[in-house]
Design a protein around this ligand. Sequence first.
Ligand code: MSP
Length: 535
Amino acid sequence: MDASSASAPLYITTPIYYVNAAPHIGHAYTSIACDAACRFAKLDGTEAKLVTGTDEHGQKVEESAASQGCEPLEFATQVSGTFRDLAESYAVDYDRFIRTTEPEHALAVEKLWRQLGSSIYLGTYEGWYCVRDECYYAENELVDGKAPTGAEVEWRAKEPSYFFKLSEYREILVDLYESDKVQILPVSRKNEVLSFLKNNLTDLSISRTTFDWGVRVPDDPDHVVYVWIDALTNYLTALGWPDDPDWETWWAGSTHVVGKDILRFHAVYWPAILVAAGLPPPSKIVAHGWWTKDGQKISKSLGNVVDPNDLLDTYGLDASRYFMLSEVPFGKDGDFSDRELLAAANGYLANAVGNLAQRICTMLFKHEDGLTPENDYDEEAENLIEMARALPDAMRPLVLEDFRFDLALLQVEEVVRAANRYFDSMAPWNLKKTDTDKMVRVLAASLEVLRCVAIAYQPFMPTASKKLLDQILVPDDQRSFECIRSAAIVPGLKLSKPQPVFPRVELSTESESSGDNKKSKKNAAASNKKVSSSR
Ligand code: MSP
């Protein structure tokens, strides 16, 4: 590994997704968030690695495969492919897509199991089992006879099971979180975990004998390893643990990004297991909230599932990513609405960013023979240029420490809004008649700000920012964050005829004819006004 990187390498992971359901907006969201953080780190000079993948074992998968008349592996391979496709269509630039059915993963699970040694014992289990959640619940955890998640439970009588001595790790876990040796974000979630840890922990059942589809327990093939132990181990397998000598360097920067519903698995079970196995706990766990649709929980039974592929068809990649990352403070629940997405796409991206780019490039194209100007800026733009060049410093802690993509994007938005105000107040189209030198200096300053904005947007909107950087002829090797200060527009290059980078989204006639979207469009127009005046 290159020892000269700015800071310790980042190893960022998405949860691995169950293959018993189709991808939805929640899956896309976690992956985009991890991708944005990982791209940010790389552009900022920090080595970074992103791992995503699929969780393919367990009773649910076994049953789903049987209901389709196929083998579990065949079924898992087919659904896993849809998650891989989703990552690719959302431009999630992963370094490794891991599947828990890979032979290499089974070896890592077995190795970890053996390393747990005397922290594991054989006992019997009796209790309420929930197939959907793949776990047992205590009587007092049930709500109206169902799991706390609302799923059905069934009584399982005296099954043999291996247990992990979780109860012995309570103090260790409390210390990890109170001392921030392991960081949980947002702080409200850390407090939630600490308050859970106030109660005694019961030992964790970590094997099953009622189905076959999983990794066999070493030396006791009647048992398969509990799907969560199997799944969590993916974070080690993906680093080539235990054989790859680099695994520990990456592990020091391990950051698990998860939904709030699976925080307990990551913040209680996983660090305890790692410590028991003599391995270091992860360094950071970040929990995000859930998406609702028009204020309602998203569920198949309500028929309001948001298909992430439909979003791409309607709004395109960059607007969809931008919306998800800017709309909610990471950690909070977010509400999906077409109206707000349309407002982001048209009211901000097309009207504010796209239009600024178009106006600058069109004037250069028409009045300066399409040549990029000398870096001789209008002095009234000094503050604006400094604000644009300070973007990486302003954004870095927000993205890499706090995961507040919304606030980081707001920093860029403020620069864009200031640049539009500057451009309007300088009215270079009038200067053309009165002071062409000043006009060129105004265009040069505006173009320089646009260059900084386009570089800063790369982690969030990789396709649109690439188009913009290509359009204003920023060389490929001058697109890192460092180049915001160390480079500038290359003068004397010939621009092509400017093309809109953020085309306005027009809803199709078909969607317009639906009552819902009619409403969306009307509200979007209203909201656009709100966006341009108040955002
Ligand atoms: N397989 C486990 C994870 C194992 S990680 C070692 C799993 N898979 S999942 O496919 O059910 O869920 C994956 C992620 O999607 C979770 O982080 C979950 O919080 C997230 N979401 C599920 N529904 C969601 C929303 N409506 N909104 C946002 N995220 C949501 O759990």
